[in-house]
Design a protein around this ligand. Structure first.
Ligand code: ADP
Ligand code: MG
Length: 327
């Protein structure tokens, strides 16, 4: 199983940021409202993700480290919906096959916490009592210590840190209701409390996208029946800053998609000369059966069932919002 896990790890665990992504998604699945990410040396040396979610029972702890241990997928329909973020049931097993992983957890029903870790050549899972508030901490040390070929591909600490920071930004833009913090080498670099009000949301938007973006931004929202779009757009007059924020979320998930990018640029084309310098944070919602999110294991890509329809809806909605800024 070790080898199978390492092969699976090749798909899920590309770099420290992909580990953080899987672990934070687990925390979100567990209903956490506060997620703290601590990393050392860009995450190569150590990663710690701590949440206040529903925790894992002592009996389930060992199981959680074994492959296909998901507690989330109950039928094929579940796989096809993206109601929960994770679905493969092998992230923890994969990560623990290429790093030293320990899992500490306390569900609200237990008065004490337990820690599970894999030890020895055969990676026997051990359990011992631990101190921990309700929730879960996952610690990952020495990523790729046993897979030198993969370790070679790790970039400088700074680069890996940048990937993790980008990830936290995206997650924070997709879940305003959850608090996130990021600590690098003992220094807190992001502290984003949960946002209950519009003012708090704007504050988070500013922390992530910058003051310059927020100064020139308009809020837009349009409900087109099954298709809905909302978010923030740079006013044409504010376009021109280098590398403006460009984020698209589909059904709550950050994606990179040519269809949407093209649609947004087409809407801006009448207003700005360089459509590459438009800035936006957009949230698109469409019925689960209109979008296939499982095109790629890291799930940054999607495939629309009715591409044309989605494209034209976005063009029209963005163009309409921009037309208001010209009056
Ligand atoms: P998946 O998320 O696809 O189910 P994982 O390997 O990521 O698979 O996690 C295995 C299982 O461990 C999850 O299904 C869940 O039951 C449990 N688990 C992992 N992380 C957490 C967490 N932070 N809080 C609560 N349960 C967790
Ligand atoms: Mg998972």
């Amino acid at each position: 199983p070790r080898l199978a896990n390492q092969i699976a790890a090749g798909e899920v665990v590309e770099r420290p940021a992909s580990v953080v992504k899987e672990l934070v998604e687990n925390s979100l699945d567990a209903g956490a409202t506060k997620i703290d990410v601590q990393i050392e040396r860009g995450g190569h040396k150590r990663l710690l993700i701590r949440d206040n979610g529903s925790g894992i029972d002592k009996e389930q702890l060992m199981l959680a480290l074994s492959r296909h241990a998901t507690s989330k997928v109950h039928s094929l329909d579940d796989i096809e919906s993206i109601a929960t973020l994770g679905f493969r049931g092998e992230a923890l097993a994969s990560i623990s096959s290429v790093a030293r992983l320990s899992l500490t957890s306390r569900p609200p029903t237990q008065t004490e916490a337990w820690l599970a870790y894999a030890e020895g050549r055969d990676m026997q899972v051990q359990l011992k009592p631990a101190a921990h508030p309700v929730g879960t901490s996952v610690e990952v040390a020495d990523l790729f210590f046993n897979t030198p070929a993969r370790r070679k591909f790790l970039r400088a600490d700074k680069t890996e840190f940048h990937h993790i920071d980008e990830l936290i930004k995206r997650l924070a833009l997709s879940r305003f209701d959850v608090g996130f913090s990021l600590t690098h080498n003992g220094k807190c670099v992001r502290n984003l409390p949960p946002c209950a009000t519009d003012a708090a949301k704007l504050k988070r938007l500013q922390a992530i996208c910058g003051a310059e973006f927020c100064r020139h931004v308009i809020h837009m929202s349009q409900d087109g029946g099954p298709l809905k779009i909302a978010g923030w757009l740079l006013k044409p007059a504010g376009c021109g800053q280098q590398s403006p924020p460009q984020y698209t979320f589909i059904n709550g998930r950050m994606i990179r998609d040519k269809v949407i990018t093209h649609a947004v640029r087409q809407a801006y084309a009448g207003y700005v000369s360089d459509v590459g310098l438009t800035g936006y944070v957009l949230y698109l919602e469409l019925p689960f059966d209109q979008v296939d999110v499982n095109v790629h294991p890291t799930k940054h890509e999607v495939r629309f069932i009715e591409t044309r329809l989605v494209h034209d809806f976005v063009v029209q909605a963005v163009a309409q919002a921009l037309s208001h800024t010209q009056q």
